[in-house]
Design a protein around this ligand. Structure first.
Ligand code: HDE
Length: 703
């Protein structure tokens, strides 16, 4: 009879004595047992066998006595914590905030006192509706939550990439979220707003119309977290050392400009790389291309608030930048990925109530409600009031208090005195001078449940947003609304939505109604306040008008075939890298191809694994024979056809023409098709790429 080994696989015991460790570059090395630490239980007991449970005989029952097995499985069974009820899918990174100039005139917040001061920060980006394992390119709002570890405690600016919200009162939050989440009986659709429940709620909630325009715009399908704006949404207050208050709205602007994808592309990205946004942030930071945003403030006083067209406490309204210019006050740089996703990104607890002295709340009813919700939800998720003991949530400044005990208490004070005042002169005391003082706003009134009349105009800014978009962006909004409402099965909901759209833009309403096959237009929805048409368009609201001026931070996918021109590829790579962009090679086989000059061109992807939706622009460096061969491959034809349909710039060698033609793409279709045979043409290709997309191509196609 064979001697049993310690390996369930039956491999010789020597393999068991080896262990894998990661090198600095992430590569795996095997090390011998002598070099590694001894595996232990969580109690520290050394483990002799981690491959086989303790049992009677070789084929007999397992023994409950096996404490190592029981501990290992017990711990595994409890690895998960509840995912966030909203914003479950997220991705975080560390960095710092650097203050440009002292803002002491406006705020006593320590973070804003000294030019050049760097404050550590942690940021978590997220989608709202999908669960933790959902895909990145959902049509959804993105969370943009920043935790500043200031010298006077943590400040959490828990924002979104859209400056308004669906509802005006926090009491409606469970309703809007229930409606967008998977329907409770069938548990689908996942991470989608395209279903009856969502549009039912929205169509019955006119206050959501401004937000709906944003969510149906390209803002909801960003190309990268790095190319998104962020907003604090609510009006906050800054309070200076003299206790004078200035209202403020917070805006993050990406250094690399804004960029989004198109819907057809988003759908395909979700299949090709569900982690598209995560991977993008990871790759950028790991390669040293640190993303950066500027913090801008819109500062205003009570007189401005009183004279502005809308109530500054209404979170469904913006203050257009053309009316109140944002002032850049500092920059946020993300330069380090967490060491452990769970410990940091999953366990980080953002709370709107976390404000340092010098930053204060306004009476925005959404913000007031959030200040309760965020603390409450952390207890549910993290399981103990001691969640501030988790390193990612702990302040980095000194802190002293008398809170004690509780589940999983990790910081346990020593000494006798755990209260104040006390007679022993021990322990911290409050400081009226340094401590947080709420702005002493005078309040009076009756206790009521009423929505302010000044919150009643639900259409004017929705219309202004639509009017501020370029033609392709308006077309995208019409397509998004048509798509979403086409998934709504209840006709009356579709009609109700079109009746709202009639109050925003008639042309938009007509296009959507036509796409939905509606025979006649409904009556416009009753409006509490007639929509205004005198609001000037705000160019700052368009993504296309606020794109980058270079191709930096973007990615070109180059499809190569055997016999490709290696010198041309090299020149192209140099030009792309000089621009600050990245090039990745796609080949019929991931092993790469032999170039015309006999050299090997290494590939990162095979065609199936590197579809053109993963890139901002593409180039086809193909020999004619190589292109002919690729005409038979669906993935190669899709690579080309998709790049064209998504309005991308396409550089190509003349050898690539057979593939272009087979994919239905005219090599001379427009200025986005750039021949690369002449090496000088590379400059033209890069110049084209800087425009990101050739939107006229899409505009030529009628809706
Ligand atoms: Fe949130 N929101 N929210 N929210 N929110 C949460 O807190 C809530 C709102 C935002 O990466 C929850 O820790 C209420 C607006 C972000 O960890 C919860 C209301 C804005 C994140 C919660 C709002 C946001 C959250 C769930 C209406 C933009 C993710 C898990 C009054 C300004 C933070 C958690 C992260 C997360 C409540 C509306 C942004 C339940 C009640 C408006 C970025 O507390």
């Amino acid at each position: 009879m064979a001697k049993p080994t310690r390996q369930s696989s039956g491999k010789p015991a020597t393999i068991h004595d080896q262990k894998l460790v990661r090198g600095n570059g992430g590569e795996l090395h095997q090390i011998a047992e002598g070099d590694s630490e001894i595996l232990t239980t969580a109690q520290g007991g050394p483990v002799a066998d981690d491959q086989n449970t303790l049992r009677i005989g070789q084929r007999g029952p397992s023994l409950i006595e096996d404490f190592h097995f029981r501990e290992k499985i017990f711990h595994f069974d409890h690895e998960r914590i509840p995912e966030r009820v909203v914003h479950a899918r997220g991705y975080g990174a560390h960095g710092f905030f650097e203050t440009y100039e002292s803002l002491a005139a406006y705020t006593r917040a320590d973070i804003f006192q000294r030019a050049g001061e760097k404050t550590p920060a942690f940021v978590r980006f997220s989608t709202v509706a999908g669960s933790k394992g959902s895909f990145d390119l959902a049509r959804d709002v993105r969370g943009f939550a920043v935790k500043f570890y200031t010298n006077e405690g943590n400040w959490d600016l828990v924002g979104n990439n859209i400056p308004v919200f669906f509802i005006q009162d926090a009491i409606k939050f469970p309703d809007v979220i229930h409606s967008v989440k998977p329907e409770p009986d069938r548990a689908f659709p996942q991470a989608q707003s395209a279903h009856d429940n969502f549009w039912d709620f929205i169509s019955l909630t006119p206050e959501s119309m401004h937000m709906v325009m944003w969510v149906m715009s390209d803002r909801a399908i960003p190309r990268s977290f790095r190319f998104m704006q962020g907003f604090g949404v609510h009006t906050f207050r800054l309070v200076n050392a003299k206790d004078e208050s200035t209202f403020v709205k917070f805006i993050w602007k990406p250094k690399l400009g804004m960029q989004s994808v198109v819907w057809n592309e988003a759908v395909k990205i979700n299949g090709a790389d569900p982690d598209f946004h995560r991977r993008d942030l990871w790759n950028a930071i790991q390669s040293g291309d640190f993303p950066e945003w500027e913090l801008n403030l819109q500062l205003f006083d009570q007189d401005f608030a009183d004279s502005f067209d809308f109530d500054v406490l209404d979170p469904t309204k913006i203050i257009p930048e053309e009316i109140l210019a944002p002032v850049p006050v500092g920059r946020l740089v993300l330069d380090r990925m967490p060491d452990n996703f769970f410990a940091e990104t999953e366990q980080v607890a953002f709370m709107t109530q976390n404000v340092p002295p010098g930053v204060d709340f306004s009476n925005d009813p959404l913000l007031q409600g959030r200040n309760f919700s965020y603390l409450d939800t952390q207890l549910k998720r993290l399981g103990s009031p001691n969640f501030t003991h988790i390193p990612i949530n702990a302040p980095k400044c000194p802190f002293h208090h008398f809170q004690q005990d509780g589940l999983m208490a990790m910081r346990n004070p020593v000494g006798r005195v755990n209260y104040q005042p006390n007679s022993f002169g021990e322990g911290p005391r409050e400081s009226p001078q340094h401590g947080f003082r709420s702005f002493a706003e005078a309040e009076e009134g009756q206790k009521v449940r009423l929505r302010a009349e000044s919150f009643a105009d639900h259409y004017s800014q929705a219309r202004q947003f639509f009017n501020s978009q370029t033609a392709p962006e308006q077309k995208h909004i019409a397509m998004a609304l048509s798509f979403e409402l086409s998934k709504v099965e209840t006709t009356v909901i579709r009609e109700r939505m079109v009746s709202h759209l009639l109050n925003i833009d008639e042309g938009l309403a007509e296009t959507v109604a036509d796409k939905l096959g509606m025979k006649q237009l409904p009556k416009p929805a009753d409006a509490a306040v007639a929509p205004r048409d005198d609001l000037e368009p705000s160019p700052a609201l368009s993504i296309i008008r606020n794109g980058p001026d270079s191709f930096a931070g973007r990615k070109v996918g180059v499809l190569v075939s055997p016999g490709a021109d290696a010198a041309l590829l090299k020149n192209l790579q140099a030009a792309i890298e000089k621009e600050g962009a990245v090039m990745e090679v796609i080949a019929p086989k991931v092993g790469g191809v032999e170039a015309a000059d006999g050299s090997l061109i290494a590939a990162k992807h095979m065609i199936d694994g590197g579809p053109s939706v993963l890139f901002d622009a593409v180039a086809l460096i193909l020999s004619e024979e190589g292109a002919e061969r690729l005409t038979g491959e669906a993935a190669a034809r899709d690579f080309v056809a998709d790049a064209f349909a998504h309005c991308k710039f396409i550089g190509f060698t003349s050898g690539a023409v057979p593939l272009l033609q087979k994919a239905g793409v005219d090599p001379e279709a427009d200025e986005g098709m750039i021949g690369l045979d002449d090496p000088k043409a590379i400059t033209g290709f890069i110049e084209g790429c800087r425009k990101l997309r050739l939107w006229s191509r899409e505009m030529a196609v009628k809706l």
